[in-house]
Design a protein around this ligand. Structure first.
Ligand code: ZN
Ligand code: ZN
Length: 149
């Protein structure tokens, strides 16, 4: 099934709306502690796009965390209703991630891996059809996952 473009999404109150006009670069289910806290969920469904593929009506608020590599990571949310919107990282400034739960139509959006499963909640059952990574995939593993090895 293919994606219906533009892929539209937004927060619960409507203060922030966005559209994505090209295929995502990758879509990971992230079980890291920061993503879990930022979304209030067992994992964050993070769909990443190149910046130029994205239009957003208003920049979200954000709180900053540090990645294990020491890079700034922004976990973004609507300042009015608190909806988790997405994330971005100083290590990868050409892209931004959106939480898949914000999209109106999820057709064609499929995660390609579960990451940071070393910090998943003990009772969570992982999808066995997805590749799993204890933490972050290495650059080599990442290129293979997105089909650019
Ligand atoms: Zn809102
Ligand atoms: Zn994460």
């Amino acid at each position: 099934m293919s994606i219906n473009f533009p892929l539209k999404g937004g927060c619960a109150c409507g203060a922030i709306e966005f559209e994505c006009h090209a295929d995502p670069v990758f879509f990971f289910l992230c079980h890291c502690v920061d993503c879990r806290k930022a979304t209030g969920s067992v994992y964050a469904p993070n769909v990443w796009f190149y910046n130029e593929a994205v239009k957003i009506t208003k920049e979200p608020a954000a709180h900053l965390e540090k990645s294990i590599a020491g890079d700034d990571v922004r976990h973004e949310f609507c300042p009015d209703c608190g909806t988790p919107i997405g994330m971005s990282t100083a290590a990868n400034p050409k892209m931004r991630g959106f939480r898949a739960s914000c999209f109106e139509d999820l057709q064609g959006l499929e995660p390609i891996a579960s990451i940071w499963i070393s910090t998943k909640l003990p009772w969570e059952k992982l999808d066995p059809s997805l590749p799993q990574f204890e933490t972050q995939p290495t650059r080599e593993e990442f290129m293979k996952l997105i089909g650019r090895e």
